[in-house]
Design a protein around this ligand. Structure first.
Ligand code: NAG
Ligand code: NAG
Ligand code: NAG
Ligand code: NAG
Ligand code: NAG
Ligand code: NAG
Ligand code: NAG
Ligand code: NAG
Length: 423
């Protein structure tokens, strides 16, 4: 059996190749091989659909017969058309719809309708030294392509975090056998304790909404012949305030205490994460009285002329949609600079040292409060011992990130004595 003996009416190299493989596997070629590239073909309604078929045989042939049948579940197979050599005999009922150009066995269906969905069976008979037969089946589905989906958000005006729910509905006008999928920031949305889907997946329900649900949502709709994605929609979710903070443009900040030099103006900035943006109000507390001094995120405090003055402030952030609020307290201490250390107050130094030893961080606060409490204006400057030197608050800015520890204070006690001239 040489290649010369192999007859392929369409010089179909695939057919030859397949038959060669066949020969290798079985040791002999049965003579006729019918092949289809795909056993399932998805067609679009109204368009032409081509069902490719290849065949090859290996025997002298007189007649080549091709027959196409159509079958649907629970119905009798129907004869569509057939041919012998180059002459086609169609079923007259379907003659305008099905086309075949023998010896090419491929079938053209035009136009494709939903009723054309089913199994197409092609049978090839070769008449030569006896008769050889082979057949193949192709499943055809017919669909309308998907049109671009539109996402509807309920409620459109938005929902409040932990209170409101949200429903996204995917609406598609055209298309059959639709499969819906929801994407958030381009990634599939999964069922969670707060996310649920309708049985068809065309609706995404979030109950209740949280800040984490904020994102770019889209609906992806697929069917066997097409896929389309909606425009991005960003549901409105009201949340916050979260992470309220106060910062200043200058001055030294230690914990909730800002230290400002006398005569310096300081600008405070209050911020918190929230939607819609918070409304901010500033409250000042002096001498046991509290009053709102300003609305808005910024507050400028023009330092007064009196040193050692302590003023407590509160920044209040209020989200007028979620109805929630947060507040943060802070203290502004005004310090005077350049005054000389008074030598006669070692007891105070001792007392201060004790306080310093409690903790590095709290020390500064307590220390300064103590000064204020004692009414030591003019007598004392806030001071610390750093690198064998007693320094006033003025220099604290230089090492505010690494305050000297209490051990230094202790060991430098004697030095401190010398420095301040006390025996
Ligand atoms: C088909 O073609 C072959 C070879 O050309 C010929 O011998 C045979 O008679 C033809 N059959 C018909 C039905 O025309
Ligand atoms: C059959 O005809 C179609 C066009 O009608 C062509 O594309 C295809 O290659 C042909 N098949 C063979 C096996 O010649
Ligand atoms: C026809 O087939 C038979 C058996 O399959 C074989 O013995 C015979 O040689 C074949 N004749 C030709 C002309 O190929
Ligand atoms: C949100 O959904 C939950 C559970 O589905 C329901 O109990 C609640 O009443 C809904 N809230 C609103 C505001 O619709
Ligand atoms: C959502 O989309 C907007 C613009 O459409 C883009 O600026 C933003 O970065 C997107 N967010 C995410 C989380 O992808
Ligand atoms: C709905 O989506 C889930 C996952 O997101 C999937 O497992 C399920 O098969 C889908 N259902 C339908 C009817 O498409
Ligand atoms: C501060 O105010 C509270 C109540 O507003 C009052 O009971 C208290 O006596 C006041 N203290 C001083 C020092 O005025
Ligand atoms: C809520 O506050 C915003 C400003 O952040 C303002 O524009 C809006 O009118 C307020 N809404 C209500 C209901 O008070």
């Amino acid at each position: 059996m040489g290649q010369d003996a192999f007859m392929d009416p369409f010089s179909n190299t695939v057919g030859v190749f397949q038959c060669k493989i066949y020969l290798l596997l079985l040791g002999a070629c049965s003579g006729l091989k019918v092949a289809v590239p795909s056993h399932t073909i998805h067609g679009i309604r109204g368009q032409a659909l081509y069902l490719p078929v290849h065949y090859g045989f290996h025997t002298p042939a007189s007649d080549i017969q091709i027959i196409w049948l159509f079958e649907r579940p629970h119905t009798m197979p129907k004869y569509l058309l057939g041919s012998v050599n180059k002459s086609v005999v169609p079923d007259l009922e379907y003659q305008h719809k099905f086309t075949m150009m023998p010896p090419n066995a491929s079938l053209l269906i035009n136009p494709l309708q939903f009723t054309d969905e089913g199994n197409y069976i092609v049978k090839v008979n070769i008449q030569g030294n006896g008769t050889l037969s082979a057949s193949q089946k192709i499943q055809v589905t017919v669909d309308d392509p998907v049109t671009k989906p539109v996402v509807q958000t309920q409620p459109l005006s938005g929902a409040v975090e932990y209170v409101g729910n949200m429903t996204l509905t995917c609406i598609v006008e055209g298309g059959t056998r639709l499969i819906y999928q929801w994407l958030k920031n381009g990634r599939p949305v999964h069922t969670t304790s707060t996310n649920s889907f309708s049985p068809q997946n065309n609706t995404l329900h979030i109950a209740p909404v949280t800040k984490e649900d904020i994102g770019n949502y889209s609906c992806l709709v697929k069917n066997p012949v097409s896929k389309m994605e909606s425009d991005i929609t960003m549901p409105i979710i009201y949340y916050g305030p979260y992470g309220l903070r106060v910062n200043s443009d200058k001055g030294l900040k230690v914990g909730e205490v800002f230290t400002v030099d006398i005569g310096e103006a300081i600008l405070f900035d209050c911020s918190a994460d929230s939607y819609p943006p918070n409304t901010y109000s500033w409250i000042r507390r002096t001498d046991n009285t509290t009053y709102v001094i300003k609305h808005g995120p910024h507050l400028e405090v023009a330092s007064e002329k009196v040193a050692q003055k302590t003023t407590d402030y509160v920044c209040c952030a209020y989200n007028n949609v979620t109805g929630r609020q947060d507040e943060t307290h802070f203290t502004v201490i005004i310090t005077s600079v350049g005054q000389k250390w008074n030598t006669g107050k070692l007891e105070h130094f001792q007392a201060m040292k004790m306080l310093w030893m409690t903790s590095e961080y709290m020390n500064l606060l307590l220390f300064q409060m103590l000064l204020v409490f004692l009414g030591c204006q003019g007598l004392f400057q806030p001071l610390i011992v750093y690198q064998d030197k007693i320094c006033t608050v003025q220099f604290m800015k230089l090492f505010s990130t690494s305050l000297p520890n209490s051990k230094t204070i202790q060991s430098e006690h004697s030095c401190a004595k010398q420095c301040i001239g006390v025996k």
